[in-house]
Design a protein around this ligand. Structure first.
Ligand code: RB5
Length: 147
């Protein structure tokens, strides 16, 4: 599976750890930045990862900022993106099973790296449930398509 990853300065160290974690598990990872702890603007990196997913350049995305909130707001502006801010194992599983989330968002100032790794494991190993959940995603798609 191909994954695009992105972060801002608040999550640079977490992004490096999660990137390596994914590489060690055999994922192909495209790092969209940022590349240091120097202060940057998270919309740049949220946009880069969201576009990579929407364009089919990668299968899924991972975004990390301080709270995960800014990255979620940015990514969910892109039609076709279902970015899920996950804080624990339950939200990781539900975001895949119920929402077919295609971008995982986490807050580096909210949860420790050990929890992030657990979330990553669950999120990439949980399938979408379909059925009534697909009906709801179809409704979201209609909202995206409204003029
Ligand atoms: C950066 O200070 C911080 O605002 C950012 O990482 C994120 O938490 C925004 O939502």
């Amino acid at each position: 599976m191909k994954v695009a990853i992105g972060c801002d300065h608040a999550a640079y160290e977490a992004k490096e750890e999660i990137k390596q974690y994914l590489l060690d598990k055999g994922f192909s990872v495209e790092d969209k930045g940022c590349f240091s702890t120097e202060s940057v603007h998270y919309p740049i990196y949220g946009k880069a990862v969201a576009e990579a997913v929407v364009n089919g350049e990668v299968d899924r995305g991972v975004l990390i900022c301080g709270t995960g909130i800014g990255m979620s707001i940015v990514a969910n502006k892109f039609p076709g993106i279902r970015a899920a801010l996950c804080h624990n194992d339950f939200t990781a599983e539900a975001s895949r099973e119920h929402n077919d989330a295609n971008i995982l968002v986490m807050g580096a100032r909210v949860i420790p790296i050990s929890q992030m790794k657990s979330i990553v494991d669950i999120w990439f190993n949980t399938d979408f449930g379909g059925g009534r959940h697909q009906t709801r995603l179809d409704m979201i798609k209609k909202i995206e398509e409204r003029r």
